[in-house]
Design a protein around this ligand. Structure first.
Ligand SMILES: *Cc1c(COP(=O)(O)O)cnc(C)c1O
Length: 679
């Protein structure tokens, strides 16, 4: 059988002839090799592979920066994102210019770190040749589009994109149905593929979509906007689609899943679907096939639903299963999906060591079950061009780092090489020059200390910590030799506190107008994975100041260390595991003892004071990297720290993480043998 015919027999693409026949051919899938897709699809149908089905509400695959699949038609304008407004203390520029970048819209089915981690996990699973499949939702209206309005904070807008012409995304003829009491729900499946860095292997991502003419308006909107849940009923349906729908999708594709990996309680309904009409012993056995990763200690991250509403939507058997394992001990009228998942999954983990400690205190009955696997980032996605070239140049000393990122530790042996130190600094400056060029209207300069805070805006992450005392910040900039500060981030549209923070940031920036000659502050609209990569690789200092212990892990700092960008951070999440290494500066209140404390006691006063002290120290070191004549001070301790950062990236990557999941979480049944290895 020809490769294309085989592909179509495995992946039954809707409208293939009219829409996709130019982009999917005997050899090629949107410009990438077709063969790895065939192998992946066969592997998932092979009963002996006991493949892993990985459920997540969101996926951030970053196709604008990694393996950008191309179609034969030019990209539709709805699938581009080319203009980002800037709010700065050089306000005149904001009115005349936007940050213009000719780039594709990231597949808009993520909101932040959870999604980016899920995307990176798929890529590392592909790198390791695992029988693996991601299950998620095709969010027809994306997350949202952000606009800043001075004195008003953030205004969210609906986002329009076109799944049917998004390169690499294909609709399938497969339809599944959900058994709900009130609504008839039909679901269409889509597929996207995450390729390994070498393009020798791939893993599919199956996306569920209710936006079909057969469904009523309410049902069509359920897979509209990510995390838009107007009420409890809406939320429950979305979880049914992911969990119950996900299991039915796997069956409809003929995938022989042996492991169901639930990320957050969002996907817990997968267990309900499998456990229906099973006897108690069957259910016990089923638990061996379920795994659960909890990603946050923050209250809002844990789903709770009333039994009353669940009963109106689901049949008696489903409600009974949920009640049996998920009744909230503090309120028997509620089902808690986190508790449910802890109960029904044999293997459970937190996402960093510190998070493990916190989680054991939050759920003491499950103490012994809770393991920890520290998050990572996909090396090849987040590594900037100049750094990839640098590592290639020194590959004989570093070793095969692409295949095995743990080799990056070997950069420590290059610490005394002046050539390497020089090249490293040059690679960083090249990244920084690119940023300065993109932001040229705001007169960003490559030789000024540049600090960035960019992430999802949530109260516990303390987005405006560095702007608490603008006078003090201006003093530091004035006396140290100038400072550039870049901020970016989206607040959840329903999260008023987040909007307050954005308003606070905009007002603080506005008030710094007189200081603009030596302190430039910019806030960029619509933070996305493109900016994630751009900023983590091109500033001098990555600022991370969550209130301990509420940052489960955090991953943007891991992208930064990979690119030699120093950390300025409170000690929380993944940073606890690197805080004894000279990778930057650690400051602020530390969490100790048995009390978790309140996520609303933000300690802004004391910690901003500590932050300013630390910034002063960092600025002094930064401005010693250049001699009076302007040439590089090659012995600078700043460069030692950059090298230590890269060495730490040997550990904080998803390849190490996925290997750990294999050993501790997935390898519960029979051994997991990878059926292909990278050549
Ligand atoms: C990496 C990344 C994140 C996660 O960052 P945290 O530091 O974990 O908050 C969020 N959003 C985008 C766009 C990213 O690239």
């Amino acid at each position: 059988m020809g490769a294309l015919r085989e592909f179509l027999s495995l992946v039954d693409v809707e409208d293939f002839q009219s829409r996709y026949s130019k982009d999917i051919t005997e050899e090629s899938f949107f410009g990438y090799p077709l063969a790895p897709i065939l192998e992946a699809e066969q592997r998932l149908r092979d009963a002996s592979s006991e493949s892993i089905a990985y459920f997540s509400m969101e996926y951030g695959l970053a196709p604008s920066v990694y393996h950008t699949l191309h179609g034969s038609e030019p990209l539709k304008s709805q699938n581009k994102f080319t203009q980002h407004a800037v709010f700065s203390n050089l306000r005149a520029m904001d009115n005349f210019f936007t940050l213009a970048i000719d780039k594709r819209l990231d597949l808009p089915i993520y909101s932040g770190g959870l999604g980016v981690l899920a995307g990176d996990t798929l890529k590392s699973a592909a790198d390791l040749g695992l029988a693996f499949c991601g299950i998620g939702i095709l969010w027809n209206a994306g997350y949202f589009k952000q606009n800043f309005w001075f004195q008003d904070g953030q205004r969210p807008h609906e986002m329009y994109w076109d799944p049917a012409t998004y390169p690499g995304l294909v609709p399938l003829k497969n339809r599944i149905e959900l058994p709900c009491l009130k609504e008839k729900i039909k679901i269409r499946l889509w597929k996207y593929y995450a390729y390994s860095y070498s393009m020798h292997a791939a893993v599919p991502l199956v996306l569920l979509d209710t936006n079909l003419p057969e469904n009523n308006d309410f049902v069509r909107k359920l897979t509209g906007q990510l995390y838009r849940s107007d009420n409890e009923v809406w939320k429950i349906y979305q979880r049914l689609i992911l969990g119950l729908g996900g299991v039915r999708a796997l069956d409809s594709l003929g995938y022989q899943s042996g492991r169901y990996h639930l990320n957050e309680g969002h996907a817990a309904m997968a267990f309900v679907e499998k456990a229906r009409s099973m006897a108690p012993l069957g259910r016990k056995n089923l638990m061996r096939h379920f795994m659960f990763t909890c990603h946050t200690p923050v209250e809002a991250g844990h789903d709770r639903f009333t039994k009353k509403t669940l009963k109106e939507i689901l049949g008696p058997e489903e409600t009974e299963i949920l009640s049996q394992y998920g009744t909230d001990p503090h309120n028997p009228d509620l089902i808690n999906l986190t508790l449910f998942s802890l109960q029904v999954c044999d293997r459970v983990n937190a996402v960093a060591k510190k998070h493990g400690e916190v989680m054991r205190r939050q759920f003491p009955s499950y103490q012994n079950k809770i393991q920890t696997i520290t998050n990572g980032v996909h090396t090849y996605t987040w590594l900037s061009r100049p750094f990839a070239k640098l590592f290639e140049k020194y590959e004989s000393q570093i070793g095969p780092w692409k295949k095995d990122p743990s080799r990056l530790r070997n950069v420590l042996e290059l610490k005394n090489s002046s050539e390497f130190r020089q090249d490293l600094w040059q690679a960083h400056q090249e990244n920084k020059r690119h940023l300065a060029w993109l932001l040229r209207q705001w007169k960003i300069q490559e030789n000024i200390l540049t600090v960035c805070w960019a992430r999802r805006i949530a109260a516990y992450k303390r987005p405006s910590l560095i702007l608490q005392d603008v006078k003090c910040l201006a003093e530091i900039a004035k006396h140290s030799g100038a400072l550039q500060l870049i901020l970016a981030g989206k607040a959840h549209p329903k999260d008023n506190l987040g909007e307050t923070h954005i308003n606070e940031i905009l007002s603080a920036i506005d008030s710094l107008d007189p200081e603009r000659e030596y302190l430039r502050v910019l806030m960029l609209e619509n933070y996305d994975t493109y900016f994630g990569k751009l900023l983590t690789s091109s500033v001098d200092i990555w600022l991370n100041n969550p209130l301990p212990p509420f940052e489960a892990s955090g991953t943007s700092g891991m992208k930064a260390i990979l690119n030699g960008v120093l950390q300025m951070s409170t000690v929380d999440g993944w940073v606890c595991e690197a805080a004894d290494k000279p990778i930057g500066w650690f400051f602020g209140w530390r969490h100790e003892g048995n009390e978790i404390g309140s996520e609303w006691n933000l300690r802004l006063q004391e910690d901003s004071g500590k932050l300013y002290e630390t910034l002063r120290e960092a600025a002094a070191l930064y401005y010693q990297t250049q001699t009076l004549s302007g040439s590089l001070n090659i012995q600078s301790n700043w460069i030692d720290r950059m090298i230590e950062c890269i060495a730490q990236a040997a550990y904080f990557n998803t390849q190490r993480m996925v290997e750990e999941y294999r050993a501790k979480i997935w390898a519960t049944l029979t051994n997991l043998n990878p059926s292909v290895r990278e050549s």
